[in-house]
Design a protein around this ligand. Structure first.
Ligand SMILES: [Zn+2]
Length: 128
């Protein structure tokens, strides 16, 4: 078995022990951070259905069609609380490297964590 092939996009060693069960619906995220990681992994794996169903209906966009030119490369969780996560997600877009630095907010609805919205805080991290 190739360790590389089984790695989780969120950075964990094993997709099957990490975000896989969440994507399959076999388990629910127990924390906001776990949900955030699984949503990143879903973006990386082009699982828009998972992104959609873990998004609060109040804030969720109608159209989640991904940009095929954007390739997600990695995730770093910088800090988190009970209902928020600050992270940096690296990507390449048309071959140009970029970073999304966001502080995301989450809520529990009927016992399940969902993403509400987030603030782009890239400007803060770019300060010298
Ligand atoms: Zn994962």
């Amino acid at each position: 078995m190739s360790i590389f092939a089984a790695a989780c996009p969120c950075g964990a060693a094993s997709y099957d022990d990490c975000c896989g069960p969440l994507h399959r619906g076999a388990a629910g995220a127990e924390t906001a951070e776990q949900l955030m990681r699984s949503r990143y992994a879903a973006y990386a794996r082009h699982d828009e259905a998972y992104v959609f169903r873990t998004w609060h209906p109040r804030t969720r966009p109608d159209d989640l069609t991904p940009d095929p030119a954007r390739v997600w490369l990695g995730l770093r969780v910088l800090d988190h609380g009970v209902d928020w996560v600050e992270f940096v997600a690296s990507y390449e877009h048309h071959g140009h490297p970029g970073q999304l630095h966001e502080r995301s907010r989450f809520e529990q609805r009927a016992g399940r964590w969902v993403y509400v919205d987030g603030d782009d805080v890239s400007g803060l991290s770019d300060r010298p």
